[in-house]
Design a protein around this ligand. Sequence first.
Ligand SMILES: [Zn+2]
Length: 419
Amino acid sequence: MPFRASSLLCCLLACATVLMACGRTDAPTTPPSTNGAAATTPTDAGSSKPDVDRAMAHLKALAADIGVRSSTSDGERNAAAYVKTQLEAAGYIATLESFEVDTPIRRTGGIELPDGSITIGTPFGGSLEGEATATVVFGEFGRAPELATVPSRGAVVLVNRGEVLFAEKAHAAQATGAAALVIANNQPGPLNGDLNTTGIIIPVLGVSQEGGQVLRALAGRTVTARSASTRLRGRSQNVFARPSAAPCTAYMGAHYDSVTLGPGAEDNASGVSLLLELARARRTDGVCVVAFGSEEVGLVGSQAFVRTHAVKGAQFMLNFDMVAKLTRPSFIGDKTLADRASAIALTHGLEIPYTASVGTNASSDHASFTGAGVPALMFYAGDDPFIHSGRDSFDNARRDDLARFLDIAAEVLAALTTR
Ligand SMILES: [Zn+2]
């Protein structure tokens, strides 16, 4: 999920005024009063308590009944229809917003040897796709002085893993004019990695130790190194729901798609289930709800959303991604929002620290809003080894953990919408 939002849209004016002026749509017209004195409106007047069993029913419908909901699939479409129906039943004006998906989903690579056989190589994240046919030269660990002593210009440069960072090897190889870089593992198994740098415009492939030995024996011979990606093309959709005709002054969202390998119970039927139940119980004028499609293939749905809606100027965006299996929870995104949410979580007996981001190559839909200038906060229960596999099924979600996140989210929402 390594995408960053790029588009900044026009500003929604007077958001603060609108948000202050509106109450919850289901709030009673007359605040309760017991003694005839001027009553103050309780923060959650008229709203119902979020019910974790309703949320668990959504989770079952999405992860068990619908199952795999991968980008552009029928499962994804069915899930969108389910989410739309649920939001309409909760009183929202809901629409499906279709968008195009055309994105690389899998990178493949290899080195074709003089005898026509292929040594499998894995393209490094951060390197360019492409093909280079050239002689193999061996450049030790890929340090600049090592590469200076071999004819690396125009060559497929083979180096060993270790001693210096992958990024340093890649920059050094590129600087000497290498056509491609192959890094051989120094431990068993394939070498998958990320360069964690920018500006590398040659193919960089990782190969196993055995692959490295085969290539080294071919030094001086001509090989072809290839790095390519498979693209996913089709249509997907977001579900956009407004509590009333009032403009959106804040957003809550979660992605409802899964990967192809499993039914995505924790990632992210859990977040959608929380979203649906919170939206039902705490329908608030101005707080719009978005269930995103195609997050797993690169935040495509939320990117499409921030491109086509004037989100800039919104007060906040709350994103729920993986919230039913408590491991190492964190609040990710905007520090100010996270601090407020952490304080609320503490009153629920849960220490949820702030984290700036999930990691260099992982993110979620809040990042699209951050990129569009909206303070955004992601609720995250922590990493789970079962996600993105068949084991992330309904049994992988824990009712009690979801209940805690649902309660905390409801209180955070109340705090952010109460003046
Ligand atoms: Zn997710």
